[in-house]
Design a protein around this ligand. Structure first.
Ligand SMILES: Nc1nc2c(ncn2[C@@H]2O[C@H](COP(=O)(O)OP(=O)(O)OP(=O)(O)O)[C@@H](O)[C@H]2O)c(=O)[nH]1
Length: 442
């Protein structure tokens, strides 16, 4: 599904139509693809309205194109659909916590049960795995091996009484003091109705605190029907999207989220036990948007935004004709956010006035790190009134920042030098202005 979005983004970037026409065209395509995937129409309209508003209102920082900025807006707003900056709560609200894993065969359910067990085990929980997939030969053994590797408790029984095994397994795990109990279930049966019936009976028997749906990222639209069917039988509380390492798809996940209202908690990114990551909406959307250079683009935009901020700080410093250590601090933070100092100089020669040429000649990224540490160890008062920094304060700052008194002295020397230059500049400007006034040039 999000293939559609990906194509639309590519088309948008290549289009020679004017910006507004391209935006409108893109929005139509986005609406079409999202509605086709059964994302709630109201939700789609809200989303596209926001994108359109931002696209027309926001100005990219100097040096960035509006089209690049638009991609960033789409990326951010899509990420919001999956939760934005919010990351799911992974800590169980109570213990013992019973998780019932559901999903079709091949989705990676058993593997994910093992990964989940390890995830919680290494975070200090006592975990148990219960193998209640009595349909697929080998499923119980597979889980037993995973339990051994993850070093967690394990329960199963011979025979095919899946509901009974799950029930007794959960009871046993509780009696062993397990705090997180993960029940693996069948992914296939004689037919779908039988499978769903078993899930319902099992859920009634073990009363799970959380039903976790496992879906394969590559299955696309089938995910919707699947999620819907499971959701009707046993309300889905959370979702794990597996095999994200093998595909750039993930639209199915959006549909599953849309029909169940559940949140994605984890993503599987490989076959190994440790290849399970807590879900991060932004990372996920970046991955499924599949723009190879999206990261580069975002980084570049971030750099330009920071440069713009830096320019602003520097401008203020110039107007004031004076600089405080606090200004210097913000400038260094900005430079650090942009990446490296050298990169900054290539991008914007002349910016970062406080770091004047004389200073820059002697400064490299390592020195900047040191300065940042020193400035971080100063009190607000010291940042505002550097004159109060005597020997004993210098010693404290040096210890706090893991540097030496000499380093602190050096930074202060650079600061005083910069300050002098800025004041001179201000005086020169003042004289120039007076001259211009005199000759009525202003
Ligand atoms: N690349 C990759 N492979 C995965 C991931 N998760 C699971 N797999 C693989 O997918 C295949 C199927 O996984 P299983 O866990 O056996 O499948 P299942 O869904 O439990 O199947 P049933 O137990 O029959 O329901 C295995 O080869 C796993 O190694 C993942 O995140 N990335």
């Amino acid at each position: 599904m999000l293939d559609g979005v990906r194509e639309a983004v590519k088309k948008f970037l290549r289009s020679s139509a004017d910006y507004e026409t391209s935006v409108n065209l893109f929005i139509k395509e986005l609406q079409k693809t999202l509605i086709k995937s059964d994302v709630n129409v109201k939700l789609v309209l809200q989303l596209t309205k926001r994108i359109r508003e931002r696209a027309l209102k926001e100005r990219p920082p100097p040096g960035a194109s509006r089209r690049d900025w638009f991609v960033k807006i789409v990326y951010e707003e899509l990420a919001n659909l999956f939760g934005g900056d919010k990351e799911p709560e992974l800590k169980p609200p109570k213990v013992p916590w019973v998780i019932m894993m559901v999903g079709v065969q091949g989705s990676g359910k058993t593997t994910t049960a093992g990964k989940l067990a390890r995830f919680y085990k290494v975070r200090g929980y006592r975990v148990a795995l219960v193998a209640a997939d009595t349909y697929r030969p080998g499923a119980k053994d597979q889980l037993r091996q995973l339990a051994e590797r993850a070093k967690v408790l394990f329960y199963t029984e011979p025979g095919d009484d899946a509901v009974g095994i799950a029930k007794r397994g959960v009871e046993w795990a509780k009696s062993q003091g397990a705090e997180i109990i993960i029940v693996d279930t069948a992914g296939r049966h004689k037919n779908e109705a039988e499978l769903l019936k078993e899930m319902k009976e099992m859920s009634e028997a073990i009363k799970p605190d959380e039903v976790m749906l496992v879906i394969d990222a590559s299955i696309g639209q089938q995910a919707k029907a699947l999620a819907e069917a499971f959701h009707k039988t046993t309300p889905i509380g959370s979702i794990v999207v597996t095999k994200l390492d093998g595909t750039a798809k993930g639209g199915g996940a959006l549909s599953a989220v849309a029909v169940t209202g559940a949140t994605i908690k984890f993503v599987g990114t490989g076959e190994k036990l440790e290849e399970l990551e807590p879900f991060k909406p932004k990372k996920f959307v970046a991955r499924i948007l599949g723009l190879g250079d999206l990261e580069g683009l975002l980084e570049r935009l971030k750099g330009l935004e920071e440069a713009d901020k830096l320019e602003e700080i520097s401008q203020k410093v110039l107007e004031k004709g004076d600089i405080t250590l606090k200004d210097l601090y913000y400038q260094i933070v900005s430079v650090k956010k942009m990446g490296s100092l050298k990169k900054l100089l290539q991008m914007l020669p002349g910016v970062g006035l406080a770091l004047n040429d004389k200073v820059l000649g002697q400064v490299d990224d390592k020195v900047l790190d040191k300065w940042l540490a020193i400035l971080n160890s100063m009190t607000l008062e010291e940042l505002e009134k550097p004159n109060i920094i005597d020997r004993s304060r210098m010693r404290r700052i040096a210890i706090g920042s893991g540097t030496s008194v000499k380093d602190v002295e050096e930074l202060l020397k650079h600061y005083q030098m910069t300050r002098k230059m800025i004041r001179q500049l201000k005086r020169k400007r003042g004289m120039l202005n007076k001259l211009m006034e005199k000759f009525e040039l202003q």
